[in-house]
Structure formats: C-alpha cells, structure tokens
Design a protein. Structure first.
Length: 296
C-alpha cells in the first residue's frame, strides 16, 4: 500500500485543465491545511524538544538525517542555528544522502542505500549521547531508516519526522512526529505539503530547543553572531530597544563588548565591566536571561 503522501488527491485531479488563478488557489488551499496538521502533533513535538534539550545539555549533539527534499530541509535548519543562536557549528548537523552534491542536484539512488547511513553517521562520530532525527515524508526511505536503526543501536535518542504515522521510521523511532497532510497537489510530490510540514516542525524543534537552553532573551536573538553589517545593525537595534539607550550609545556599548551582544546586554543591565559580564555569562552557559536574573 502506498503512503498517503503518494496517493492521488481527488480535489486536484483536473488541475491541468484549470485556468492559472484556479491552479494557484488550489495549491494555496491545500497548503492552508498544513498548519492544522502540525497543530495535531504539538504534544509529540514538545516531547521531542525536551528529549533534544536534555541530550544537548548533557553534551550531546543533534543530527538531522534525510534524503532529497527532507535532507535539504534538515541541512537548511541546521545551518541557520549557529548564526542565530551563537552555538558551535557542530551542535546541530544536517546529513543528506549523497552528500554535498545532493544539496543542489537530485541523487535519487542514494535514498535506497540502507547501509550507507551507518557509514555517514560514523563519519560524524555519532554516539549514544546524541540525538538523531530521521526525516522522511513517506516514512519508509531505506537510507533514513538505516540512520534511525543504527542510532538506536548506539543508544542515541531517535526521533522520526514523517507524514505517515504507521510507517517503518515512525515505528522505529523513540518519538514519532507525523503531521497528516494528506495527498499532495501533484501525486507523490512531497516537496509540497509534506515538505512544508517538515520545515514547520524543524523550525519548532530547533527554536524551542534553543529557548530551553537559555539562548534567547525574552523573544530576542540575544546570542546571535554579528558576522556581517546587517547582523551588527540588528544587534545594536536589539540592544537599544531592550535597554532604552540611544543608537549611538548602543553602538559604543556593543563595541566595548567586542561585538558580543550577550556581553553588551549584561553590561547594560548591570555595572559590570565587559570581562566581568563575560565571566558571569560563562557561569550561566551563555544565557543572558540566567545571567541577568542571577544579579538579583
């Protein structure tokens, strides 16, 4: 039996006969159902977030593993975490079947290689203290299943992100997240609704985990890395808006903090020097909130 994501969608069966505006409306209407599907699995997402946060706090790492669109989405989310939250580049890693080539070219045969997943995880020294998220729209991709099965043998925490709850990956993983988006606009084109659902879930997983780790202050990107002019301006704007100081003073404070927004925020909320603020942050694992609350 084909997974639901590969079934024919009765609502779009004559889409090739429709005028452009109706084609666009049909696609938009189908997409509108994705958020509702994700809302049905928020309890599983929360369970996965707590699992990931616990492992990362204990020194583990997070790995996204997938093929095709699913793999690319994992790599995309992983690549955004270090600049947004100021964490090490290897804390969250995306692994895609077929490697770098598969990021910009189809490498369809790579998804069928169950054994290759083990070699790829070994190349990243995945251990029992880590978390492996297997991403697959159908939930039966051999490569992704291979990754989840190998991770289980190691004792790593496993999470399955699929759109088919009774699939092999969903059943193999310790935590299964399966938003039911139904058949695609174009049968089997899981880059569409299934891909959108996966992107939404990955956004929640990573962002909520970073919040749990204390790497957000209020709803601000307090730990962002100001690696270009745009991010430097954003850092100074955050500093100014959060503390009420003027733009020029914020820029000077940011400079005295050696371009570290976390340090600048702590300095602005205390009478500490940059060195003292930095040491305080170290004792609170880089969390601005915990550092400031610790001042009493």
């Amino acid at each position: 039996m084909n997974p639901v994501t590969e079934e024919t969608n009765p609502r779009t069966i004559d889409i090739d006969r429709r005028p452009t505006i109706e084609i666009v409306k049909l696609i938009n209407q189908e997409d509108a159902a994705v958020s509702a599907a994700v809302s049905q699995v928020v309890d599983r997402i929360a369970e996965a977030v707590d699992l990931i946060a616990d492992r990362l706090q204990a020194g583990g790492r997070l790995f996204y593993v997938g093929t095709g669109t699913s793999g690319r989405l994992g790599v995309l989310d992983a690549s955004e975490i270090p600049p947004t939250f100021g964490v090490a580049t290897d804390l969250v890693t995306g692994i895609i079947a077929g490697g770098y080539y598969a990021l910009h070219r189809a490498a369809e045969g790579a998804e069928d290689n169950f054994e290759q997943a083990e070699f790829d995880l070994k190349s990243h020294n995945v251990s029992g203290g880590d978390v492996v998220v297997g991403i697959s729209a159908s939930g039966r991709t051999p490569y992704t299943l291979g990754a989840v099965e190998y991770a289980k043998k190691l004792g790593a925490a496993t999470i399955g992100l699929t759109c088919n709850p009774e699939s092999s990956i969903a059943l193999a993983a310790a935590v299964s997240i399966s938003p039911m988006v139904g058949p695609e606009v174009i049968a089997g084109s899981s880059r569409m609704k299934a891909g959108t659902a996966q992107k939404m879930v990955l956004n929640i997983l990573s962002t909520a985990t970073m919040i749990k780790l204390g790497l957000v202050y209020g709803n601000l990107m307090s730990n962002l890395r100001a690696t270009n002019e745009k991010l430097k301006r954003r850092a100074c704007e955050i500093l100014s808006n959060e503390t009420g100081i003027g733009a020029e003073e914020a820029a000077n404070l940011f400079k005295s903090a050696e371009g570290d927004l976390r340090v600048a925020l702590v300095m602005a909320r205390s009478k500490l020097s940059s060195d003292e603020a930095r040491k305080l942050l170290e004792t609170h694992k880089g969390s601005v909130r915990r550092a400031i609350d610790g001042l009493g």
